[in-house]
Every structure is written in C-alpha cells, then in structure tokens.
Write a protein that binds this ligand. Structure first.
Ligand code: ADP
Ligand code: MG
Length: 364
C-alpha cells in the first residue's frame, strides 16, 4: 500500500467542490444566499452562456472586511456560526463555510467588496485556489463576485455540463425560487444581456408570483394563513384548475429557504386530493415560519432537505390551512380586476448601486 498522507488544502477543496458546486446553478445559489445573508436589499445576477462562461453577482449588503477576505476563501471559514450548538438556532442560509473555498478551487474568481465605514474596498482575484491579486479599489458598499471559466481545471466535471440553454433553464428556475423566497429583496436576473426576471423587493409575494409565473397564475390565487405555537404558514395556493402534470408548481419555504420535503408535499397533495385528477399537481407558493430549534437544516450539503422535529404537526397545520382555503364558499378570487392593473406596474427597477458608479482601480 502507498503511504497514508493528509491531502493538501487545494485538493480537499476540489473534492468538496464536487458536492457543493455541481453546475453553474450551484454557484449562483451559493453566492445569492451569501448576498441574502449579508442583508442585501438588491441583488443582480448576470450570466453569459448559461453561466459556463461567466456569472456576475452584485449585492448591496454589508461587504467583507478587508482583513477577512483571505479567510473567507478558506474551507470551513464562516461568520455565521461558532459552535455546533449554534446549528440549533441557525437563521442564516449559509453556515458550512464551504462555498467560497469550493468555488474558488474550480474557477477564476474576482471579488470586489467594501464595507460601509471604509473609504475604499478590495479587489481580490483567486484562480483555481491560487491568489493572484489583492489590491485597494474605489467601489460602492457591497459585494460583487465574477466567476469565469467554471470547471476549467476539472475536465471530468466540465464534460457533464449540459448545453448553455439547459444550464440557463436551471438558473432561471433557481432565480425564480430565490426571488419568491425573499419578497423583500429586489432581484434582477440577466442572461446574455437580456433581463429575464425582475422583482420589486416591496415585500409582496403575490407580485413575485406574477413576475415569475405570469398573469394566469396570479389571477387564480387563494391566500392562505395558518398559525399555531412556534409555527406559521402564509402565502398562496392556486385554484385547482391551474394544476400541472409535475411538481414544478409546488414551491414552499422554511424561514426563507427553498426546500423539498416529503411531509409538506404530502400535506399539500392530500389537501388537494379531492379537487384534482390523478397525476395532477397543484400550484402552491407559501412560507413556513418555524422556530429554528424545531427544524434541522444540516441534513444535506446543499441544504435542500430538512428534518422537522414534529412532522405530524407540520403535516396537520399545512393540511388544515389549505383544506380550509379550498373549501371557502365560491373560492373567492384573490386578485380582483383593479389589483390586476396594479400588478402590471411592478417592474420598477430595483436600485443598483454598482451600475451607477463604475468600478475604477485607484491610482497607484
Ligand atoms: P458560509 O456562507 O457557509 O458562511 P461561504 O464560503 O459561502 O460560507 O462564505 C464565507 C464567508 O464569507 C461568509 O460567512 C461571509 O462572512 C463572507 N461572505 C461571503 N459572501 C459575502 C457577501 N456577498 N457579502 C458579505 N459577506 C460575504
Ligand atoms: Mg455561503
């Protein structure tokens, strides 16, 4: 047998990247989640060729402090938890401290970031895990990441990428889910110079649904609200006639995080059972606000699966809430004609600090 040795950091990061960074969409997900955690109210995502060539993510969040940039790119470095016990009350989307290290190990990364109290920011370039540039720069408060040539040094992974239009499809779906998960954030998604999605950030889930799914869905929504100790459900369901033959209309969030859950899925579909034909799936878009100690989000590296402490309660509250809404007399339409007119005007551009003041390197 060969000698047993500890792997070097870059190799470890590349192995971890295999799990965290599966495709361009994973980069978008991780970086947008970081922007959300940084308290951004406006997030712009711009991709070229399905993100395979370039991904640019700009936020107006708190920025990264100058002396912490190198640390941020180390594996298991995070500002969001300190101890394993913090996982019990986690309220940020990230906490594993793996994304930046993983992404940087398999792509060319440029980071421009500034905190509000600083006069200048930092431009940092790291390629395949190797630092290339660390310099002062004039820029607005917030953070921009530019990711180029994803998987340039992992040809095996690159071979598994689909066509740019398929990768774009994944990212567009993801952006829709992220936008609906955070109605208080103005999202803008641009692909090959075309604006594909824009939301107002005015804390209106119905507007977000309209922007993502269009008028036909927005016109046929029923509002739902349900509450019990430590657990709340709020959002919208579609009237049964706007169902689909697959589950792409089923969107639900826990504390702002888009998740998949068999329990939730079952509660939703059981509530709709008598209203839908076999193999038809309803439209739902709702948020669950749940005490952080009653849900475990550390089940999977991409955090799409969660575990509930009390599955039965979750099932029953969701079932009851949807069942009651569906059985209201006449299922009064949520969106009335006047409201519909208003909905058309929601495409107000969100503030975009980085586009107003171009980034210039400081004179030496
Ligand atoms: P995690 O999100 O799990 O903490 P990441 O590797 O994604 O780990 O990020 C490492 C750290 O870098 C974060 O904990 C955060 O402090 C900082 N960071 C990353 N992206 C941003 C951003 N857009 N704005 C501010 N800070 C950021
Ligand atoms: Mg993160």
């Amino acid at each position: 047998m060969a000698r047993i040795e500890l792997l070097d950091q870059n190799t470890i990061n590349k192995i971890a990247a295999g799990e965290v960074v599966e495709r361009p969409g994973s980069v978008v997900k991780e970086l947008v989640e970081n922007a959300v955690d940084a308290g951004a109210t406006a997030i712009t995502v711009e991709i070229k060729e399905g993100g395979l060539k370039q991904i640019r993510i700009t936020d107006n969040g708190i920025g990264i402090s100058k002396d912490q940039i190198r640390t941020a790119f180390l594996r298991h470095s995070t500002s969001k938890i300190r101890l394993a016990t913090d996982l019990i009350t986690i309220d940020s989307l990230g906490f594993r401290g793996e994304a930046l290290a993983s992404i940087a190990s398999v792509s060319m990364v440029e980071l421009i970031t500034k905190e509000a109290h600083e006069m200048t920011g930092i431009r940092y370039v790291i390629e395949g895990g190797e630092e290339k540039v660390h310099e002062d720069i004039g820029c607005p408060t917030g953070t921009t990441f530019v990711i180029k040539d994803l998987f340039f040094n992992t040809p095996a992974r690159l071979k598994f990428m689909k066509t740019p239009s398929t990768e774009l499809g994944y990212i567009a779906d993801l952006m829709s889910r992220l936008a609906m998960g955070h109605p208080t954030i103005g999202f803008k998604f641009i692909s090959n110079n075309k604006v594909k999605l824009q939301t107002s950030g005015k804390d209106n889930l119905k507007d977000c649904i309209y922007n993502v799914f269009g008028k036909d869905v927005a016109k046929n929504l029923i509002q739902i609200t349900g509450k019990q100790e430590g657990f709340e459900v709020r959002g919208f369901i579609g009237k049964p006639h706007i169902s689909r033959g697959n589950r792409t209309y089923e969107n639900y969030y826990i504390n702002g995080r888009y998740i998949k859950s068999k329990v939730v899925e079952r509660a939703v579909e059981d509530a709709f059972k008598s209203k839908l034909m076999l193999h038809r799936y309803p439209f739902v878009a709702f948020h669950m606000i749940i005490d952080t100690k009653d849900v475990d989000v550390n089940v999977h590296p991409t955090k799409i699966e969660v575990r509930f402490m009390n599955e039965k309660e979750v099932y029953h509250l969701i079932f009851r809430t949807i069942d009651a809404a569906l059985n209201q007399r006449n299922m009064i339409p949520e969106v009335k004609i006047e409201e519909e007119k208003q909905l058309k005007m929601v495409y107000e551009p969100a503030p975009e600090p980085f586009e107003q003041s171009p980034i210039k390197p400081l004179p030496k």
